[in-house]
Design a protein around this ligand. Structure first.
Ligand code: PLP
Length: 453
């Protein structure tokens, strides 16, 4: 039995009766009714009533090679027939996680050649948190266990992910975070730069907040700093160019590990395999998931720097951590095929040299001057549009993000799937978007902005 046997109404009724959705107000959902996406092809998704939507979010920042890739389905099918599952515990493993680990070591930044698998970004950040604390314990410094993160960061929704993250609404529902995690200001010049402060100066000041937190805790007590190179769910916040080099310098000065969360920025989105490469950062760990399989299978990979990996191996002793599906053979087979598509089709170079710059040009030329747009920013194929009531003063509309929701709803009604987070509209399209797709997106977003004005 497939979904085609059911009407939209029937599916919505069953959904309301039995399905609790992630990050959803269920009272509101029941009143509004669920949108049911039934199929997808290339850059488009289709709902159960046949409406076509240009997917400006690549699913949830993940479908980098676009929809309908038979090659990925075939890779899964082949692997499922040959060996659907075996684990990587107890001195065993299977072939595809090994091949994938080797591939990831080839494309990872310098100094990173080991991989620890999970099934989601949240799991991978749990692994990262445990691993860096374990590392310092093996170094004979168990008290060096404080992690510094940023307000409004998103690192997943498990207890550790939420604790690492800086979303206050999530913390409010946590009933007690993982201890020894502190949060500092985010590098968000649009709202936090002082009058007259240049982007460069602001970036240095935001990095200084990391140093202040290290000094306050005492460098001997600080294990690591964690950050998304570009904050994603928090509103595509692109730091000034001065920020990351300064954060890296500070981490090195105090021997604090640098953990990057590239769950969104990994695998091509910024015009390099990893944003660390686009931005010249050399982290100790990189959390990745999502576009590792372009969302065709759940899989995450924590890329572990040689310093940490070498200590783990040299010290010996078991790291009591892992998941049944760490290195799932089918997910890894799909990841291998996905990375092959990204390479074969030159998607990363395309973002870097063609569609990324064009995306910036079109959004800037066509949307940045709109009456309710306060700022447009892009990096590779990630973009943000700040919705404001007054372009000069940057005053927001009342209602805490309500205006962006209105823009989003007009966009969806006009065939453009995009997301509103706070007062920011965000875009993170599949890397297969062409110049024509970018033009089409700009037309549809402009119409939504006009209707919302
Ligand atoms: N880290 C970042 C930067 C993310 O954007 C996300 C999800 O959006 C996560 C971690 C959590 O990943 P997952 O939802 O796969 O657990």
């Amino acid at each position: 039995m497939t979904y085609q046997n059911f009407s939209l109404k029937q599916l919505q009724t069953m959904d309301a009766a039995h399905h609790l959705h992630p990050f959803t107000d269920h009272k509101d959902l029941r009143e509004a009714g669920t949108r049911i996406i039934t199929r997808a092809d290339g850059p488009f998704i289709y709902d159960s009533e046949g409406h076509e939507l240009l997917d400006g979010m690549a699913g949830l920042w993940c479908v980098n090679v676009g929809y309908g890739r038979k090659e990925l389905a075939e890779a899964a099918y082949r692997q499922m027939q040959e060996l659907p599952y075996y684990n990587s515990f107890f001195r065993c493993t299977t072939a595809t996680p090994v091949l994938l680990a080797q591939k990831l070591a080839q494309i990872a930044p310098e100094g990173i050649s080991q991989v620890f698998y999970g099934s989601s970004g949240s799991e991978s950040n749990d692994t990262a948190l445990r691993l860096v604390r374990h590392y310092w314990a093996l170094e004979g410094k168990p008290q060096k266990n404080i992690i510094i993160s940023r307000h409004n960061a998103y690192h997943g929704s498990t207890v550790a992910g939420t604790s690492l993250g800086g979303m206050s609404a999530m913390h409010d529902q946590l009933g007690g975070a993982v201890p020894n995690i502190v949060h500092v200001m985010m590098p968000y010049a649009f709202e936090l730069a002082m009058p007259g402060e240049s982007d460069h100066e602001f970036g240095i000041r935001a990095a200084k907040a990391v140093e202040d937190a290290i000094l306050e805790a005492g460098p001997d007590n600080v294990a690591a700093f964690i950050g998304e190179p570009i904050m994603g769910a928090g509103g595509v916040k692109i730091p000034p160019e001065s920020y990351w080099p300064e954060v890296q310098r500070i981490c090195r000065q105090y021997d604090v590990l640098l953990m990057l969360d590239e769950v969104i920025t990994g695998y091509g989105r910024t015009g390099a395999w990893f944003a660390s490469q686009s931005m010249g950062i050399q982290p100790d760990t990189i959390t990745t998931a999502k576009a590792l399989t372009s969302g065709y299978q759940p899989l995450s990979a924590l890329l572990v720097g040689d310093r940490i990996a070498a200590r783990l191996v040299e010290s010996g002793g078991e790291f009591y951590h892992g998941y049944t599906y760490s290195g799932h053979p089918v997910a890894c087979a799909v990841a291998l095929a996905n990375l092959e598509i990204i390479e074969r089709e030159g998607l990363i170079e395309r973002v870097r040299d063609d569609t990324g710059p064009y995306f910036r040009q079109v959004l800037t030329e066509r949307l940045a001057g709109h009456g309710i747009v306060g700022q447009v920013r892009t990096f590779g194929l990630m973009g943000a549009i700040e919705i404001v009531k007054d372009r000069q003063t940057r005053e927001r509309f009342p209602g805490d993000g309500a205006a962006a929701v209105v823009v989003r709803d007009h966009a969806i009604a006009g065939g453009m799937m995009m997301r509103a987070t706070g007062d920011t509209m965000i875009l993170s399209p599949p890397l297969i978007w062409t110049r024509e797709t970018i033009d089409m997106a700009a037309d549809r977003i402009l119409r939504a902005l006009d209707l919302a004005e």
